[in-house]
Design a protein around this ligand. Sequence first.
Ligand SMILES: C[S@@+](CC[C@H](N)C(=O)[O-])C[C@H]1O[C@@H](n2cnc3c(N)ncnc32)[C@H](O)[C@@H]1O
Length: 197
Amino acid sequence: MKKRPRGMFTFTGHKGWDERIDLKLSMSEQFLIAVTAFNRAVFSNGRQNKAFNADVFDLEPDLADLVYIDTPYISPFSDCDYTRRYHFVEGYCRYWKGVELTDTTTKKFRSYDTDFSTKARARGAFQKLFHHFRKSTLAISYSSNCIPAKAEMIDMLKNEKSKVTVYESAHRYHHGNHAHKVGNNNNEVVEYLFIAE
Ligand SMILES: C[S@@+](CC[C@H](N)C(=O)[O-])C[C@H]1O[C@@H](n2cnc3c(N)ncnc32)[C@H](O)[C@@H]1O
């Protein structure tokens, strides 16, 4: 992603390639920088840990004490089709298993359906997700530009949990390249972290 202008895979060729250092570094240089950063972030919690790549609703509801949620965010300024923008990363995470490549120069794959990416179904999807993990503490990343709005999210969380705390931070995006900010050049948002216990 760092070697793509705006971190996206929606086009081929060198459109948007400027003087940014990230675009100039080779893949091996990028890899060494990234692997060093990732390794520094890893520590042993002294337990056996598991990673899954699955539909969230196929995961056991009592999987964890704390569930961190970072869904695709619907914004009035952009769509949130991860397979269109980030198909390389999405494909790589699942070793392209179960995806259908399309006949395009970008080699993207056919979009798979997720309720979180449609305005009509997002509200129901969040309700179902909060209900699914109702036994865990929930931590949710969110933003002021998103649908459903903050107040609705809090209401839905309060249906499942007794205490909801919201942490807020004003943020200005410079390139509009964050997942839920693409296409929006106003770039003034409030980032939220909801904690529901
Ligand atoms: C905002 S991104 C998460 C980014 C990640 N937290 C990070 O920092 O790299 C949202 C992700 O949710 C995935 N997703 C969408 N619907 C899903 C579902 N029903 N079950 C599991 N994952 C889903 C998308 O494919 C996308 O990778």
